[in-house]
Ligand binder design. Structure first.
Ligand SMILES: [Zn+2]
Ligand SMILES: [Zn+2]
Length: 256
């Protein structure tokens, strides 16, 4: 086993504290990453506090991981030592069912999706530990290449907040001529605005906070609708609204 250091919580009411633990040895299909940055996603806070379901403790949160590959297994062909890499919210799945083969591992048909932390490996009993740690050992198929031209601290949030908003926009082939409404200008919403604008869409931010209008426009949004103002809401009745469920990377689109 490989010694590792982390920030962990030991119960839903405790604060994060330094914790020593062990990662598995690097298997034939694994890479080991020295973690350089990890984003803090609000779902980390929910899970630390067992607000969604009873957590698995000790818990090492973190699923927006960027780092450098320091070791590769004998079967690893996608990565070399020294390269930059990222990991999001999943670290394994059955990798054999129809959905896994199509790249929809979050919908693994035999329920073997392995989340980066607060879950169990495919054996159903070994806990997974996330990115608030100094190293991680993961199957190469759940690791992404990261360009060395990018500021890494800014890359980390793309692994969850970024992909969660990028995914539906690409799935529905959003571009020039489309109108997109983004519900809420938070960690995900502001990325949705930037992506949709960069794809050429006309973007409207729907928000209950009129104070966010200036930021929305600064990020490139074309319009802003204060959803507490009935008269303003009336003007917008035919937009595609993107809603996102970050943890599952699944997205729902609703036409109104
Ligand atoms: Zn997240
Ligand atoms: Zn599967």
């Amino acid at each position: 086993m490989i010694p590792a250091k982390a920030y962990a919580v030991h119960s839903p009411t405790e604060k994060l504290a330094p914790w020593n633990f062990e990662r598995r040895e690097v298997g034939a299909d694994d890479v080991m990453i020295e973690i350089l940055y990890c984003g803090v996603c609000h779902s980390d806070i929910h899970q630390v506090r067992s607000e969604w379901f009873p957590g698995i403790y000790p818990m090492v949160p973190g699923h927006e991981i960027v780092g450098r590959i320091v070791k590769v297994g004998s079967n690893v062909s996608k990565f070399k030592e020294g390269e930059l890499a990222g990991i999001g919210c999943m670290v394994d799945s059955c990798q054999e069912c129809g959905n896994c083969k199509k790249g929809y591992e979050q919908f693994c048909e035999v329920g073997k999706t392995v989340f980066t932390y607060n879950g169990f490996e495919k054996d159903g009993k070994t806990p997974t530990y996330g990115g608030y740690s100094n190293k991680i050992v993961t199957d190469q198929n759940f690791v992404l290449h990261v360009s060395d031209k990018l500021p890494l601290e800014g890359v980390a949030p793309l692994l969850c907040a970024g992909i969660t908003t990028y995914s539906p926009l690409r799935k529905w082939k959003i571009g020039k001529g489309h109108k997109v409404a983004v519900l809420g200008l938070g960690g995900l919403g502001h990325m949705a605005v930037k992506f949709a604008v960069s794809f050429g869409a006309e973007v409207t931010v729907l928000s209950t906070s009129p104070g966010k209008e200036a930021d929305a426009l600064k990020l490139g949004a074309h319009k802003f609708c204060n959803t507490k103002d009935a008269a303003q809401v009336k003007q917008y009745n035919s937009y595609l609204i993107l809603l996102s469920i970050p943890l599952l990377l699944s997205t729902i689109t609703i036409c109104i």
